[in-house]
Unconditional design. Structure first.
Length: 298
């Protein structure tokens, strides 16, 4: 059933989209500004699967709860669910929308919609966001980096985009490598030993040479710490089975670094390419990886 609160002819229709997780004053301010642009406001709320496909993994409320929160503001004349890439164009045409609007942090991102309607980027409320609220509501997971070489140097910067995770310390057998990583990423705690690092965190990211993985992972699990280990986890199948059984017995998570093909952001990229949203693909730069049987032989 659709409820229309404004039935005047020639009304100016405005549409906006968002996740609206942990609905806060910033969301309400943005909806008020959107409402003021016209006579009829349509609010698109992203569904749970679409959020996961876009790489938003830390959404606290499900889509029904988020729709209800938006409804209770009294600002939306109509609420719809956003399910797929490219839906914005479909919705603008379906509902004869005059203005598309989102927060200014997306400035320029939706200029392609100017072909269909006016596009307005609204100022956001400073000092509040759903990410900030999630961080305030739950204790962050403290994670330590073991092995401070080339691969590990990417980890602290990428971790900044993951809610509820703090990189708190580093360790490397070469102290200068650890010191360099800590300095570059403003990490204060350089541990003197692997055991010291494990003792001070909730989870361990291991990026050491392959031959060290088995013993380091086994020790960390034995101390009831979650472990993320770079590939290959180990060089023998029986060692892998042992470690996963040990992790299950200790009630912790053991993960080997994901291949790009399994990441939500990669799946989202493929969806965008197939939808035609980014235009014709004229060039692809790709790399290939293989699982060598000998690495996993038992």
């Amino acid at each position: 059933m659709e409820i229309h609160y404004n039935t005047r002819l020639n009304m100016k229709k405005v549409i906006t989209y968002g996740t609206y997780d942990l609905l806060h004053q910033g969301h309400i301010n943005l909806l008020k500004r959107a409402k003021s642009l016209g006579d009829y406001l349509i609010v698109g709320v992203t569904n749970d699967n679409f959020d996961r496909e876009r790489g938003k993994l830390n959404v606290k409320s499900n889509v029904l709860e988020r729709v209800e929160a938006v409804r209770k503001t009294g600002l939306a004349d109509k609420i719809i669910i956003e399910d797929y890439v490219g839906q914005k164009i479909d919705d603008i045409q379906k509902y004869n929308v005059d203005i598309f609007t989102v927060g200014s942090d997306w400035k320029g991102h939706f200029d392609y919609l100017k072909e269909f309607c006016d596009v307005v980027y609204l100022p956001r409320t400073e000092g509040i966001s759903s990410t900030m609220l999630r961080k305030e509501q739950e204790d962050n997971i403290k994670i330590g980096i073991v092995g401070c070489g080339r691969i590990a140097r990417k980890f602290p910067k990428e971790a900044e985009y993951v809610s509820q995770v703090d990189v708190t310390c580093v360790y490397d057998i070469d102290y200068k490598k650890a010191e360099r990583l800590a300095t570059d990423d403003n990490l204060k705690n350089i541990c003197e030993s692997f055991e010291q690092l494990v003792d001070s965190v909730d989870a361990v990211y291991i990026a050491t040479p392959h031959l060290l993985h088995y013993q380091q992972v086994k020790y960390a699990i034995g101390q009831h710490k979650h472990v993320l280990c770079e590939t290959p986890l180990v060089l023998q199948g029986k060692q892998a089975r042992e470690l996963y059984q040990l992790a299950e017995a200790n009630g912790v998570i053991l993960m080997e670094a994901n291949k790009t093909a399994h990441c939500p952001a990669f799946n989202h990229l493929i969806t965008m390419i197939k939808s035609g949203l980014i235009g014709e693909v004229v060039d692809i730069d790709a790399s290939e990886s293989k699982v060598w049987g000998g690495f996993f032989s038992s």
